[in-house]
Design a protein around this ligand. Structure first.
Ligand SMILES: [Zn+2]
Length: 423
């Protein structure tokens, strides 16, 4: 605890022994995936000749505030290395989601031309382009080299990790922001306290902070254990977010589900104290209580379902290997490293993972099992019997994409149950 009775929310690399949100030590171990490599540290052919670092990967849920979390922090500069390959603009579904988001949020925050919008973890600037087109002043904050793609595209971007000091400098130089956004980033930061203090310092009194993140309740319901990886330090419930922002005198005023990343929430936070949450936010809180997120039963069932899903997928891969039936992967989102490595599928069972021709991952190898990532033109040319959809949260649009390109293979979805798509 700090002087003000707030748990320390700025985490040093290494093991954590208490809840990242409320500081409780009453944590339930749900899934232990052993030691795993970082899911977005793909390897060049040359790197295959060297040792590969691994880190503990365990998923726990706090019995007090219901925050899901892992208990090991990998240093940010190791996770978000300069060659970090994720780029939001290249997933068509995500790009169109971000374009819609800028319109929705512009209305929500009653933004006017000239208002400042800051996006934390702005990636290639896709979201900010929408605000810029509406006449707002925009600033991205992005620590990786992808910030250079945003700058080249005309989106003003600070190449830095976001934190309190940077936020104060931004506010001094540009005035305070009417809107601060963090899409799929708020679960990732080790400097959570510095981030929230920074948002608070940068935000106008009538401004709003909007975050989008994967949602613990949906991870549980749709068995997204492949969302457990080192980048995802936390998986929030609404209840845990109310606790978290409450420490800083801020209020969660709205929360609702959105479709990005297969089960996400959009949460709106005001810098003002003790404001009530909306009706749809209350409905989600009730859903969380009904599901029993704070109890052990629901998580023991989750762990049993995870074990079965792993065995079923390995069964299919092994059966194909025995019978000489080609079984390959399609798409290489970060989460597929958890799925493949925890299942035990290796190159003998899955000779390659096919990715779209513009992917930054082509020519590299999946961490852990070292399956090569190749251009997806191979699918139509060779028509393998089974194609495992590793970005299964986008199964429908990806199936459509593959069929349009003449891929006739059986398309397999790995979770929540292994099944072949009827398309
Ligand atoms: Zn907690």
């Amino acid at each position: 605890m700090t002087m003000a009775g707030i748990p320390d929310h700025d985490f040093a690399p290494g093991h954590l022994d208490r809840c990242q949100v409320c500081g409780s030590k009453d944590l339930k171990l749900v899934v232990d995936l052993g030691h795993q490599p970082l899911c977005d540290s793909l390897l060049t052919t040359e790197r295959l000749n060297h040792p590969e670092p691994t880190f503990p990967l365990r998923f726990l849920v706090c019995r007090s505030c219901t925050a899901g979390q892992i208990d090991h922090v990998v240093d940010g500069s190791t996770v978000y290395h300069p060659a970090y390959p994720y780029r939001s603009g290249i997933t068509r579904e995500l790009a169109s989601h971000l374009e819609n988001l800028s319109r929705d949020l512009g209305k929500l925050a009653s933004l006017k031309a000239g208002d400042l919008v800051v996006d934390i973890g702005s990636n290639d600037g896709t979201l900010l382009k929408g605000f810029k087109a509406m006449g707002m002043r925009v600033l991205g904050v992005e620590p990786t080299n992808i910030s250079e793609i945003a700058r080249a595209d005309g989106v003003d971007t600070e190449k830095a990790f976001f934190g309190e000091d940077l936020a104060k400098r931004i506010a001094a130089e540009r005035g305070r922001a009417r809107l601060v956004t963090a899409t799929n980033m708020f679960a990732h930061m080790a400097g959570l306290g510095s981030t929230i203090r920074g948002v608070r310092a940068m935000l106008a009194d009538d401004g709003l902070f909007v975050l989008e993140n994967h949602y613990l309740l949906d991870i549980m319901k749709t068995l997204q254990y492949d969302s457990i990886y080192h980048e995802h330090l936390r998986s929030y419930s609404i209840r845990s977010l109310i606790v978290l922002f409450g420490f800083y005198g801020m209020s969660v005023v709205d929360a609702h589900r959105v479709s990005s990343y297969g089960g996400s929430i959009r949460v709106v936070v005001s810098p003002k104290k003790d404001l009530p949450i909306s009706a749809q936010g209350s409905a989600l809180l009730a859903e969380e209580a009904d599901a029993g997120l704070a109890g052990d039963d629901v998580w023991e069932r989750f762990a049993a379902r995870v074990a079965k899903a792993r065995v079923d997928l390995l069964d299919l891969a092994f059966d194909c290997l025995k019978k000489g039936i080609p079984f390959v992967g399609n798409s290489c989102p970060g989460r597929c490293a958890t799925l493949i490595n925890s299942t035990g599928i290796d190159r003998s069972m899955m000779p390659y993972i096919a990715e779209q021709p513009t992917s930054l991952k082509l020519g590299l190898h999946l961490p852990g099992k070292h399956i090569p990532v190749v251009n997806n033109e191979i699918l139509a040319r060779t028509q393998p019997e089974y194609v495992l959809l590793l970005a299964w949260h986008y199964a429908a649009p990806i199936a459509k994409y593959l069929r349009e390109r003449g891929v006739r293979s059986k398309l397999v979805v790995p979770l929540p149950e292994v099944h072949v798509l009827d398309v």
